[in-house]
Design a protein around this ligand. Structure first.
Ligand code: GDP
Length: 300
């Protein structure tokens, strides 16, 4: 938790603190409630969730009457955890099954942190005793395969790659084939995120998925979104969700933004939980998303 708190940017940290200090005002007048609303909107929580939260807070504060700082903190914590969704299943399905290794597709537009996330996830899984194969199916960005292979060498996972500009689906197919032959637990496939045309993306991602499914089911499709892009990230999320069934969201670069409210907005938008968060560029900077710990880090 201490690490999480220090990694969430200071400005983000102040979202929770700011809300708490507003709520602690002696007189909670209309202006104060408006300020609370603005604070939430500025953090990209989104209009509907913000209104719902403010409504609930208002009702509960009224019922509470005089409020001690501890009561207020508890109330805000409870409501924020509720807002973030405390009961969602956030496990990344990475356990081998009858059909073979678990297959995880990592998707998202270029630059959001797909390759880095794939590498970090491989590291977590290998540290947990799993055998992992990486598939470098991002053949669009020239350096992506090298970057992934470097991660693979560092953590002890084999990387399957093809020629530059090669067919992503055929690399994904080969990676899963290799994973089956080697009897590994998990195959992680890094894909390309060209978003210039939706049809192009649809063709490519759809094909990757279909081809992989010749071997067996795809267990996870993780959509990687850059938290610093705010509402833009939501638009991307929508496009990807139309193309492929997303099973989990990875929100990267939470260390560099005050807009952590995007966690709430994107889950609402897709109806899919945030499973992992990126808190920096280092190998250890990928964490499971845990609503309670996240909210505690926000409130400080
Ligand atoms: P891709 O094009 O989606 O594969 O993106 P990359 O994995 O190459 O990442 C793009 C940049 O974002 C790199 O410089 C990464 O080090 C950086 N990055 C990825 N995740 C995080 C994160 O959680 N926090 C920060 N600060 N940077 C990140």
């Amino acid at each position: 938790l201490v690490r999480l708190r220090s990694r969430l940017s200071r400005s983000q940290n102040s979202l929770g603190k700011g809300l708490l200090s507003l709520l602690s005002r002696e007189h909670l007048d209309e202006d104060t409630w408006e300020e609370i609303e603005e604070t939430l909107l500025t953090a990209d929580v989104g209009v509907a969730p913000t209104q719902e939260l403010v409504e609930r807070l208002r009702t509960r504060v009224k019922v509470l009457g005089t409020r001690t700082p501890d009561e207020l903190r508890g109330l805000l914590r409870e409501e924020l955890v509720e807002l973030v969704g405390k009961d969602a299943d956030r496990t990344v399905r990475s356990t081998k099954h009858e059909e073979g290794p678990a297959v995880v597709l990592v998707v998202g537009v270029n630059g959001v942190g797909k390759t880095t996330t794939t590498g970090k996830l491989a590291r977590v899984l290998v540290a947990d005793g799993r055998k992992v194969v990486l598939g470098a199916a991002d053949t669009f960005r020239a350096a992506a395969a090298d970057q992934l292979q470097t991660w693979g060498e560092r953590v002890g996972a084999r990387t399957v790659r093809g020629p530059e500009g090669g067919d992503p689906a055929s690399i994904a197919f080969d990676a899963v084939k290799e994973g089956i032959a080697e009897g590994v637990d998990t195959v992680l496939i890094d894909t390309a995120g060209r978003l210039h045309t939706k049809t192009g993306l649809m063709d490519e991602l759809g094909k990757v998925k279909r081809v992989v499914e010749k071997h067996g089911p795809v267990d996870e499709v993780l959509l990687v979104l850059d938290a610093t892009t705010g509402q833009n990230g939501l638009i991307q999320a929508r496009v990807f969700a139309e193309v492929v069934d997303i099973t989990g969201i990875v929100l990267t670069k939470l260390d560099g933004t005050a807009k952590g409210g995007i966690v709430v907005a994107v889950q609402r938008e897709l109806g899919v939980p945030v499973k992992l968060i990126g808190l920096g560029e280092g190998a250890d900077d990928l964490a499971p998303f845990e609503p309670g710990a996240f909210v505690d880090a926000l409130i400080g």
